[in-house]
Design a protein around this ligand. Structure first.
Ligand code: AMP
Ligand code: GLY
Length: 434
């Protein structure tokens, strides 16, 4: 079977690398891909927005399974277009992808399904949202524990965590009046700010059976100690001791199962990856958000540890027979992924810097360097994005995996390259009991 992967990041490189190890997989194409997928798989020069050309390519190249990486094409309905063309495709339909594409849809669903989440209110305009904040928090001095969110997709920047009244009013201005996120700001969610540590629990579901993946933790802030602006994710590790087996079962029972059942009851069956972004609060885990795809960079350490044949799992999902797969098998060793980024990221950054040392890093045992923002220019790998590489390693413990990942990071250099130095250190705070 030939496989087509849609996307160009570290997640898609990890998917390509893993799928190439699967028994039934012959060729893996990635559209549009990066320098890493060009080396390990085959790149196809088609934009991920051009669904018609992607369908045509899949038909002409005997693609038996298409796997969609990022949320934008999913929310724009790529799965519906492939299904209408009679092609097998892994991911939720446009309707089901609203779970990520609309915070209002997601929050209403969580309420209907009785899934623990922050209390919230929905607003359609800036005036009513601002009035609510002023009425509820009349004093300028008090803590205003809210998060203001744009309804639609905003590249991870649409959730603004507030401390003061001014923060909340500014956030409302930015989203609903200045329209910083365009139409994503047509509606606003104002929700209670939760405190705790964040964890990512991803599951694969065919709409009936749910297979939960080993839990992971992302590092969203740019700098060590979770300081600085938010990014797409500067590193991740798996498994995380934030959730023990009992807590994972609790999340399955109180979060994943009711969500999947409620979607089914609403006649919007969900197939694909259901990724719960959780806040581990004093009152137990609560859902901050759903994503409808593998997390990036969580996908990299998770897939590095997965032993079960991924293609078989994805095919079974598409065919609605995930119950035949049984429990997933994992390498017991943890994996740590350190993201190397361009100078300036998450702000503006220069592109086209030559990357050296990739071969040296590849020599190290238990290491895989996944490419994200890279491209090949005349035989040389150069930077083309903010998040450039996801250097991932396995180890006998989380500190050992971390050490090995940073050993590989040391081999790699380009002008302005940087990374966080503390990826996975948080795991040590949590101990092993969760
Ligand atoms: P979202 O776009 O909903 O995933 O939110 C992005 C990030 O904002 C999350 O990963 C959290 O760090 C933060 N966040 C979102 N909602 C809340 C909340 N209710 N309380 C505290 N932090 C939140
Ligand atoms: N790592 C967070 C995300 O993929 O949205």
């Amino acid at each position: 079977m030939n496989v087509l992967i849609v996307g160009n990041g570290g997640r898609e490189h990890a998917l390509a690398w893993k799928l190439l190890q699967c028994a039934r997989v012959n060729r893996v194409f990635v559209a549009p891909g990066n320098a890493g997928t060009a080396t390990d798989a085959e790149n196809v020069d088609i934009s991920m927005e051009d669904f018609d050309r992607l369908v045509k390519f899949a038909k002409q190249n005997s693609v038996g399974l298409t796997v969609v990486g990022p949320e934008a094409p999913l929310c724009a309905g790529i799965v519906d277009v492939f299904q209408d063309a009679g092609l097998r495709v892994f991911g939720p339909t446009k309707n089901a992808a609203q779970l990520e594409g609309s915070k209002v849809f997601c929050k209403n669903l969580l309420r209907n399904a009785d899934v623990p989440t922050a209390d919230y209110r929905v607003f359609r305009d800036a005036d009513s949202a601002a009035r609510y904040i002023k009425d509820r928090y009349p004093s300028l001095e008090e803590d205003v524990p809210v998060v203001v969110k744009a309804d639609g997709l905003a590249a991870g920047k649409g959730a603004i965590v507030c401390r003061r009244r001014k923060d909340a009013l500014d956030a409302i201005e930015r989203i609903a009046r200045k329209r910083e996120f365009g139409d994503a700001g047509n509606q606003l969610v104002i929700e209670e700010r939760l405190d705790g540590h964040e964890a990512s629990v991803l599951a694969i579901t065919d709409g009936r059976t749910i297979l939960t993946l080993s839990p992971a933790q992302d590092h969203k802030a740019a700098h060590d100690g979770d300081k600085g602006p938010n990014t797409g994710g500067m590193g991740a590790y798996s498994p995380t001791p934030l959730l023990n087996d009992e807590q994972i079962r609790w999340v399955e029972e109180h979060v994943l199962v009711p969500t999947v059942h409620t979607m089914k009851r609403m006649r919007i069956p969900f197939r694909g990856v259901l990724y719960a972004g959780l806040m581990m609060t004093n009152q137990g885990p609560k859902v901050l958000e759903y994503n409808v795809r593998f997390g990036d960079p969580e996908c990299q350490p998770i897939l590095m540890r997965l032993k079960t044949d991924l293609a078989a799992v994805l095919e079974a999902t598409v065919e609605g027979r995930l119950d035949e797969i049984g429990a997933l098998e994992w390498d017991p060793r943890p994996a740590v992924c350190v993201v190397m980024a361009s100078e300036g990221y998450p702000g503006p950054y220069e592109k086209g810097k030559a990357i050296r040392g990739l071969d040296d890093a590849a020599q190290l045992p238990d290491v895989k360097v996944f490419h994200a923002g890279t491209t090949m220019v005349g035989g040389q790998v150069v930077t083309t994005g903010g998040r450039v590489l996801g250097v991932t390693a396995l180890g006998s413990s989380i500190p050992a995996a971390k050490l090995q990942a940073y050993r590989a990071v040391k081999c790699i250099r380009w002008e302005g390259a940087w990374c966080r130095k503390d990826i996975s250190d948080k795991a040590l705070e949590y101990g092993t009991g969760g």
